[in-house]
Design a protein around this ligand. Structure first.
Ligand code: AMP
Length: 467
């Protein structure tokens, strides 16, 4: 759960990166950082907290140069400390390198143990540092070749940006778990996790990086390389259900549209007699709207969210999570009292939030509370970069739907089917990762990362093409 942004060959690259991160703040609020290249050296600034809390004009002015990458982080591997904030910057025999990474490497621990046994000294506990260590141990006269060799040896999810004296490199893993978009701002290449970053900058989205594609940007030129393909794509469909911003286009679909469709399908799959549909803001908003339209039940914004606390779930400390719901949500009694409510949310994880919300709505006078969830029961942990608790903490891992209904004290509970979710996005159903619901992990969680033998020769795709 991270957002990344990078731009090449642009005046004030760090300022633009700041804005690109600002638009992607929803992808992580724990720490953020920017690194720039001024033609001679890298300049880096990182801190804990939100982008606007870390950077001011003075700090941005200390990040000169036309090449820059940045990161907003929520840790899924490695703890929440400044040492783990990205970009990670190191000196190597190939010159200084900086990296930002969205995703999670399943092979990181095994690789790290091997590297440490051979003498590597890690600065962080983040899986992302593994890329740099592997590169340092396999230097090549071109940074991109070193990276390509390394990517052949790692397993798991990565959308990453690498900054070096040679250029800005963007890479997406062969399964395509996480999004990564190539755009163009005044003729210069830029990269973002989500298109909402381009909207803010008035940059033009050009295309998603293909899975297994590595793009090198130098000035206004880009070159594209391919990693050896894997049989099928495994794009994280949870990006559509919960994680991405509704105004972003992810994997060729606008997130708001897919959420509307999920809500509409849910209304058809699990209809209920009720007076009003109430979304759990923000992630349930579009699903509820879709449900309301398809069921012809009026929608009321009966729960108000306090936007100034950040995503409680995303805060790593238990103490904050404990306060979560009350701090975050408050009912509008007049819209709820005396009514039969359909409460629409995107997912149930531990079940504790849903239970508190149902209780809150009842206390506000709802006569019935029917919970509708626009995804299947989350029964398995994500190992590819979405923060989910361990399996034993997932209420659906060992409870039936009826047990969950009783736990959250709803009058009825229904989830959207897997087919319903996959029918709400335009790609072929087998091109998405559904591991959190199905347990079907496209890359085994404990993979020890045997090297891919046939990495070379590399196929050069579009040498010299303009961004
Ligand atoms: P829970 O009480 O654990 O069932 O929390 C459910 C709420 O968490 C729902 O409102 C979801 O929108 C939200 N949610 C689902 N997945 C995540 C996640 N990975 N990170 C943060 N919040 C999430």
């Amino acid at each position: 759960m991270c957002g990344i942004f990078g731009i090449e060959g642009a005046p004030d690259a760090a300022n633009l990166t700041y804005l690109g991160l600002y638009a992607q703040q929803h992808r992580g609020q724990e720490s953020a950082g920017i690194v720039s290249w001024d033609g001679e050296q890298l300049h880096a600034e990182r801190g804990m907290g939100k982008v606007a809390e870390i950077f001011d004009e003075r700090k941005l002015s200390e990040l000169p140069g036309g090449r820059s990458i940045g990161h907003t982080r929520y840790s899924t591997a490695g703890s929440s400390v400044i040492a783990n904030a990205q970009p990670i910057v190191v000196m190597t025999s190939m010159g200084p390198l900086g990296i930002v990474h969205n995703g999670n490497l399943v092979s990181a621990m095994a690789t790290r143990h091997e590297l440490e046994a051979a003498g590597s000294i890690f600065q962080t506990t983040s899986d992302s540092e593994v890329f740099l260590h592997l590169m340092a141990t396999r230097p090549h006269h071109e940074v991109v070749e070193s990276l390509l060799r390394v990517l052949g040896d790692v397993r798991g999810a990565y959308s990453l940006l690498l900054i070096s004296r040679e250029g800005l490199i963007a890479a997406r893993d062969p399964h395509g778990f996480r999004p990564l978009i190539l755009g163009e701002l005044d003729g210069q290449p830029c990269f973002a996790s989500e298109t909402c970053a381009f909207d803010l900058l008035e940059a033009r989205p050009l295309r998603e990086l293909d899975r297994g594609e590595v793009v090198v940007a130098r000035g206004d030129q880009i070159e594209s390389y391919r990693l050896p393909p894997v049989a099928r794509a495994s794009r994280c469909v949870f990006e559509h259900v919960y994680f991405s911003r509704p105004d972003s286009e992810v994997f060729s679909d606008t997130v708001a549209q897919s959420r509307l469709e999920m809500g509409a399908r849910l209304a058809r799959e699990a209809p209920v007699e009720a007076d009003v549909v109430v979304p759990v803001p923000d992630s349930g908003l579009y699903g509820a709207l879709g449900f309301s339209r398809a069921s012809r039940t009026p929608i009321e914004l009966g729960l108000i969210r306090n936007h100034y606390i950040g995503r409680t779930f995303i805060e790593p400390q238990q103490s904050i999570r404990h306060f979560g719901v009350k701090v975050k949500l408050n009912p509008v009694r007049e819209l709820i009292a005396g009514k039969r409510i359909v409460l629409v949310d995107d997912s149930i994880v531990r079940g504790t939030t849903s239970r508190k919300i149902v209780n809150m709505v009842r206390e506000a006078g709802a006569t019935e509370v029917h919970v509708r969830i626009t995804s299947p029961p989350t029964a398995f942990s994500c190992v590819y970069g979405i923060d989910t608790p361990t399996r034993s903490e997932l209420i659906a891992s060992d409870h039936s739907q009826e047990e969950i209904r009783r736990f959250i004290r709803a009058d009825s509970l229904a989830y959207l089917s897997l087919e319903g979710v996959l029918g709400s996005v335009s790609g072929s159903p087998d091109s998405y990762c559904t591991a959190c619901w199905s347990g079907d992990y496209p890359v085994p969680a404990e993979s020890h990362g045997e090297p891919q033998a046939e990495l070379f020769p590399l196929r050069l795709e579009a040498a010299g093409s303009r961004a």
